[in-house]
Design a protein around this ligand. Sequence first.
Ligand code: TXA
Ligand code: MG
Length: 320
Amino acid sequence: MDPLNTIMLQDNAMGVRAAADMLRRGGLVAFPTETVYGLGADAANAVAVAAIYAAKSRPTLNPLIIHVADLSAAQQYGVFDDISLKLAAAFWPGPLSLVVPLRGDSGLAPAVSAGADTVAIRVPANPVAQALLKSFDSALAAPSANMSGQVSPTCAAHVMQGLSGRIDAVLDGGNCIVGLESTIVRATPNGVALLRAGGASVEDIAAVTGADLGAATPEKTRRSPGLMASHYAPRMAVHLNVKRPRDGHLWLGFGPHCENADLNLSPEGNLSEAAANLFAYLRILDAKAGKTAIDVAPIPVSGLGLAIADRLRRAAAPRP
Ligand code: TXA
Ligand code: MG
């Protein structure tokens, strides 16, 4: 692959228009969402979708989420049952992706859903993402804008670190306020299946559907095809639930009882703040010289803590 000259676009009307033009020509443009930055391509253009997989070195069996401006656009691509409609009404725009049956006339490139008969759909709330989707006026396929297996990007500089020279542009919309990828669910005859924990909590989802997602544990949420045990892998080893860090290790704290932490995800113990800081702090610690491992303080596994625990567990997993 010849290196591309990856350009940075500002989040103003001119930048958004330039991004939409590049996407219409089949280009790859990373853009901000409230969860993480996505690597966007025209979801109807098979060549552009193939280029996403190549740029990220992503296994082609791992399907992509499509991003649209609203529910009515989503219904051009997927079939929504009552539960999916209820979830869309409650959470869109926002950090929830819905897996629904793919419409026969969707016009999506088959590689978007990796040949499956379902499609994952998201309506992001981030205003820059919304402006881009309105300007592009069609579905954007967008996985997280990182090399496959690496930590997801929560600002434009992170995208550049991983993908500079491999994509056409990054639309810079500042920091992602949620900081963890979307929650992925699928309506089933028995309720709602959690495919990936994420920025929408299972408690909030259960409250909307009345379906029991409460028993969800990090172990039960590994059902999306792309969810390998080792993912989000920093260079250093990662150890979880560490109350007293070892000599030579870095300590990633949470809550008020971690005075000596190298960084603290949330000194007040706020899970939303911890989620927003998680990926950036893992990157900062991983870049420190002379250290061998990152020890992570205990973090409660309720609300956004479920998704934080899921990402940390995969950061800590043995590498392939
Ligand atoms: O917040 C997010 O979801 C971000 C932003 C950019 O939208 N996107 C994201 O995409 O995290 P990615 O590709 O890194 O993760 C998408 C996950 C993968 O685990 C994939 O297997 C799953 O969604 N997925 C996609 N389509 C699916 C489908 N039809 N059925 C089940 N899982 C699906
Ligand atoms: Mg990803």
